[in-house]
Design a protein around this ligand. Structure first.
Ligand SMILES: Nc1ncnc2c1ncn2[C@@H]1O[C@H](COP(=O)(O)OP(=O)(O)OP(=O)(O)O)[C@@H](O)[C@H]1O
Ligand SMILES: [Mg+2]
Length: 346
């Protein structure tokens, strides 16, 4: 998509977004409610017309503000959160529906329906009625109905939002498998970061109609493009410090009078904001001095909030750290830092 904009009244739900989706890639769209994720999918699928900009599939124009290829001619499969199945039909009839609409021969339909039901793990459920299925099974019928049409592009809008944790994780495996088997280009909207990081080869972080960063999951986590992305993806602390020395890709920074090495995207003289992930911090005999603010048990580890000795603009600077032992509130500790990232643009 090129400089794609969609306005509803005054507000731009999508704001001049240029983004390419390589054939066979799996992109997860992440971002707060209302940031424009569904709008982007609807523009790709053709349910919405652009206000400005263009949608292209390879070199073929799908939409600009004057011309639109209708949704059914785009070869895009869509699975939304509310998976409109036909309740009066059985599983096989639901899945066969898109093929019947295209007047494909009966014998071929049966074969293709059987194959996709196998992929989604519903072989043997052909004659079950929809109302006799669990939520997760219904979700998989919707997925099979989308897959059977052999779409080259498949859009998912929070397809697992209705499911419990256990089902979600088994569906995540199913998605990965489907992507491998079909080679389709997938765009996948989710609120769940773990899901996005597990599935996608690229994560696009959106905010207020813009894409802030689109990169491999590890890169978005390790090297967020700005403070919004850093705060949105994963846990961590952003503290202020200043650069005392720098070389290509690294710098020495001073945080609360303590010097340490940090990765950086480019030149970063003077005051900087530094991202510290919990797994890069360890309580140790020496390092940055800090005081325990609180310590909360979260499953295998205690999540501990620490305060640095210096204030920043009158506010306490906090560090988040995982500790195998509970720490007492008010206790003085030292923290060693194995990795830090200077957030670009302050
Ligand atoms: N048909 C519409 N008419 C008017 N405004 C709309 C319409 N559809 C979306 N919007 C507005 O556009 C913005 C983006 O909406 P969108 O549905 O794309 O968000 P989203 O990222 O999918 O959010 P969520 O995570 O809550 O589903 C919101 O401010 C929304 O209110
Ligand atoms: Mg949405």
């Amino acid at each position: 998509m090129e400089r794609l904009t969609k306005r509803f009244n005054e507000t731009a739900a999508l704001d001049a977004v240029s983004l390419d989706f390589a054939a066979g890639s799996f992109t997860a769209l992440l971002g707060p409610s209302g940031c424009g994720k569904t709008t982007m999918l609807r523009l790709i699928a053709g349910f919405e017309a652009p206000s400005e900009g263009r949608v292209l599939f390879d070199d073929a124009l799908m939409a600009d503000p004057r011309r639109q290829v209708p949704p059914e001619a785009r070869g895009v499969g869509v699975v939304f959160q509310s998976y409109a199945l036909w309740p009066h039909m059985d599983v096989a009839e639901n899945v066969a529906y898109p093929l019947k609409a295209r007047h494909i021969k009966r014998g071929e339909i049966a074969g293709r329906v059987g194959a996709v039901l196998d992929i989604v793990g519903l072989a043997g459920f052909e004659s079950r009625r929809i109302e006799e299925l669990s939520g997760g099974q219904r979700q998989r019928v919707a997925l099979a109905r989308c897959l059977v049409a052999d779409a080259k592009v498949i859009l998912f809008d929070e397809p697992l939002a209705n499911l419990d944790m256990h089902l979600r994780s088994s569906m995540v495996d199913a998605f990965r498998d489907i992507h491998r088997r079909t080679g389709a280009t997938i765009v996948y909207v989710t609120h769940d970061q773990a899901e996005a990081l597990a599935l996608a080869d690229r994560v696009a972080i959106m905010s207020q109609g813009k894409v802030l960063q689109a990169a491999a999951p590890q890169e978005v986590y390790r090297a967020p493009a700005n403070a919004t992305v850093a705060g949105f993806v994963g846990r961590g602390s952003i503290v202020s410090g200043f650069t005392v020395d720098q070389a290509a890709g690294t710098a020495t920074v001073d945080i609360a009078g303590h010097r340490l090495a940090a990765r950086s995207a480019g030149a970063s003289a003077g005051p900087v904001n530094i991202l510290l992930r919990p797994e890069a911090l360890r309580i140790s005999p020496e390092g940055m001095p800090a005081t325990v603010l609180d310590s909360i048990y979260r499953g295998p580890v205690h999540e501990v909030r620490l305060a640095l000795p210096t204030l920043e603009q009158g506010r306490e600077q906090e560090l988040l750290i995982d500790s195998t032992e509970a720490l007492a509130v008010g206790q003085s500790v030292h923290v060693s830092v194995s990795d830090a990232w200077i957030i670009p643009g302050g």
